[in-house]
Design a protein around this ligand. Sequence first.
Ligand SMILES: Cc1ncc(COP(=O)(O)O)c(C=O)c1O
Length: 400
Amino acid sequence: MGLIAQRIVRMSPSETLAMSQKSAKLASEGKNVINLSLGEPDFFTPEFIKTYAKKAIDENYTFYPPVPGYMDLREAICKKLKRDNNVDYAPNQIIVSNGAKHAIMNTILAVIDPGDEVIIPAPYWVSYPEMVKIADGVPVEIYSGVENDFKVTAQQIEAAITPKTKLIMLNSPSNPTGAIYSYDELKAIADVVASHPNIVVISDEIYELINFGQKPECFAQFSAIKDRVVLVNGVAKGWAMTGWRIGYIAASVEIASACNKIQGQMTSACSSIAQRATVAAMLQDPTQSDDLKKMVVTFQQRRDLVLSHLAQIPGVKTNKPTGAFYVFADISSYFGTSHAGYTIQSGADMANYLLDTVYVALVGGNAFGNKNCIRFSYATSNEKLTDACNRIKEALSKLQ
Ligand SMILES: Cc1ncc(COP(=O)(O)O)c(C=O)c1O
């Protein structure tokens, strides 16, 4: 028997982190590495938010905040949810946490008993299955591929439901695929959920503000199931605030109170200054923000740049992402090919080959539940994206 708990032994280490570490090592050896593995905007937090945070320091917001977050922050979040998503919540239904990640973990701990099944549409964000395992739940993956825009159907979800199903995890816009579910697609899923009264849905809408024309739909809009939807959002992506660590849930009072109980014993409230900064972000109408518009237009141009390069590489298949800042490309036509001692059998093999031979860091799709793919993050400059795509094109042309 080792010292480490089985719960932790069962967890997979983060492949995104492993990739960043490996590329940092190569860079420190003087290699010209282009890192397309990062999950954060390469933009600074808007000035009006920083100003508000500086003011908070001067105003001595330096004491423990209430566990679920400052009341005026929770009120501002309710305003945001009404203004942007047309859903009604009261402050006692909001819990502010240390990033959307923490908000999701709290929720999983709040609803999952050992052995409960959690339906996770693949490709998924790397942390979902591992978080479920921390709670001794059982991840149940359902498949989607590039051929259907990486989206699962309501029928697939229905077919995966068993008497042990307790939770369904949705994420739109999606990391890693950039896909956005339409109103009709979500309505069909909501209808399935409506007929299973013991199932909770986490709707992770963290990429809401980064979309290119197709406005994401909020899953909490379906009133018949609203009490069983845990809406997760935050400021990390849309407001370029990854380091501030603020996310939140909006949920029924029952689930919110359970998350509050966990947070009260485990971490207490999150940083007072970051919470104050988030008040400013929540009160800003995103449709009126030049900072946001600039960022989204830039991401859209980069998406188009990457897609146009990838379209020229034989055997690489992509969807057309309508949100977030990732392209999840299917490279399975290269499986079985080799070059320079590398043989490609999966997206992870391809990511290793590209990092070792042409110094482009991507993440293999294995970590996201689809080994046919590799994930590009295009949160970097046009020059670097073009250089990376050219290197990849050359590396792939050598695979025989
Ligand atoms: C789908 C998804 N959900 C949640 C998060 C975590 O967000 P936060 O930085 O607010 O914890 C991420 C970050 O990469 C993500 O991609």
